[in-house]
Design a protein around this ligand. Structure first.
Ligand SMILES: [Zn+2]
Length: 417
């Protein structure tokens, strides 16, 4: 005897699906096909691919064209000679996303269009007052406004801004960023002066998303680890960012590598950040501070580019620089081994400052992973620099800003009408 199958959730609505919902759904399906095609696709191909009628495709195409979400471009069908047919592809003159980032070598702003192409990328040094939240956010607002203007000149409309910060974020509030000396900074409210909706997120998460968008495997799994002012990790499993129960995963910089080791800016001891952050590596180089004490207020970032200073010393085979990088790489390898043992991830991407320093870090990172990861003897872990290098976080932030339009084109169209 079989029991009757009963629905346990809410009952589906009775009667027909609302006409507007169906129109929105069809529009989304067509837009997704154009997005996935990657090159111009004809209306006939769209009708075949979606099962929608040709008049419906024509109506949706008109709506998407009028909203500047797509544009017409010539395509030669099946390689046959003759007049090119007109195809539909994503517009590079429509909505755009803005990304902002605070990094070891200064501040960065980036605009990407709907196709994911970087259309504007600028850098600025830290403000003279160092890491003071008001000064840093004020500089970022200026850079953001300039980026929005530059986008407008290119017939792009910035829809959203996303700020990357080196620490856990709660809503728009940066709860703690030891590397910046920030605690409970309401960056989201501050950035309202940009005049577009703003999101604030952890820089390692955004960089990991940037790598995911830029890579060729949309369902890949990897651990992105970002070096710089602080150290963070973005965990991507099967193409999805794993944010944790409260959204604060990835604080690899505060994983203990030496229980009674060096003091960390977070108040604990022996954290990875105390050995492998840009400030920690620089602090291990005699005379490298150029008269400025790393970590103090009004610090190193006013006068030197710390990453280029380290690479210059390493390229000159300075023994102190090589020893500091070896120490940083070992500490990083120890922390990463714990993460790999827990998460079962086979690829580690070195990002941020670690991307610049990867040729000196990779060997010691790999040595620790080979020694400490249980499965490494028969299934080696890949350790390599990121595709986007130190710009991964700012590009990832900009891509995150535009992603909502790519997922929900109707929200943009509703704003236009
Ligand atoms: Zn710490």
């Amino acid at each position: 005897m079989t029991a009757a199958f009963r629905l346990s959730g809410p009952r589906p609505p009775e009667g027909a699906v609302r006409q507007e919902d169906l129109r929105d759904l069809n529009l989304k399906v067509v837009f997704q096909r154009i997005l996935d095609a990657g090159s111009p696709i004809s209306r006939t191909e769209l009708a075949t691919a979606t099962g929608l009628t040709r008049p419906t495709i024509t109506r949706i195409a008109e709506e998407l064209l009028a909203g500047r979400l797509i544009t017409e471009k010539g395509v030669t069908h099946n390689g046959r000679a003759g007049r090119p047919r007109m195809g539909l592809t994503l517009s590079d003159r429509g909505p755009a996303g803005l990304g902002l980032d605070i990094r070891a070598d200064g501040l960065a702003a980036c605009v990407v269009d709907l196709t994911g192409t970087v259309r504007h990328l600028t850098f600025a040094p830290m403000p003279p007052t160092g890491r003071d939240a008001g000064a840093v956010l004020g500089s970022l607002i200026r850079m953001g406004c300039e980026a929005i203007e530059a986008a407008t000149v290119k017939e792009l409309t910035v829809v959203t801004a996303t700020l990357a910060v080196p620490g856990p974020v709660d809503g728009g509030v940066v709860r703690i960023a030891p590397a910046l000396g920030w605690r409970d900074v309401d960056a989201g409210t501050f950035l309202a002066d940009l005049g577009v909706p703003c999101m604030v997120d952890n820089e390692a998460n955004l960089a990991a998303l940037g790598e995911l968008y830029a890579g060729d495997d949309p369902v890949g799994s990897f651990l992105y680890v970002s070096g710089g002012l602080g150290i963070g990790a973005g965990i991507v499993l099967d193409g999805s960012l794993m944010r944790g129960a409260r959204g604060w995963s990835g604080e690899l910089g505060h994983v203990t590598v030496e229980p009674e080791g060096a003091a960390c800016a977070c108040g604990s001891r022996g954290c990875l950040e105390a050995y492998a952050s840009t400030g920690a590596i620089l602090g291990a180089l005699p005379g490298a501070t150029n008269g400025v004490v790393p970590g103090a207020a009004g610090d190193i970032f006013e006068r030197i580019n710390p990453d280029s200073l380290i690479t210059t010393r390493a390229e000159a085979a300075d023994p102190a620089a090589l020893a500091a990088l070896d120490r940083a790489g070992s500490a990083l390898g120890i922390a990463l081994s714990g993460a790999v043992n827990v998460l079962d991830i086979d690829t580690v991407l070195l990002g941020g400052s670690f991307a610049l320093l990867s040729s000196w870090l990779t060997d010691s990172v790999r040595a620790e992973i080979d020694r400490r990861v249980l499965t490494a003897s028969w299934s080696p872990v890949t350790v390599r620099p990121t595709l986007l290098g130190p710009d991964a976080a700012v590009i990832g932030a900009a891509l995150t800003s535009i992603d909502q339009i790519r997922r929900r084109p109707t929200t943009w169209l509703a704003r236009q009408s």
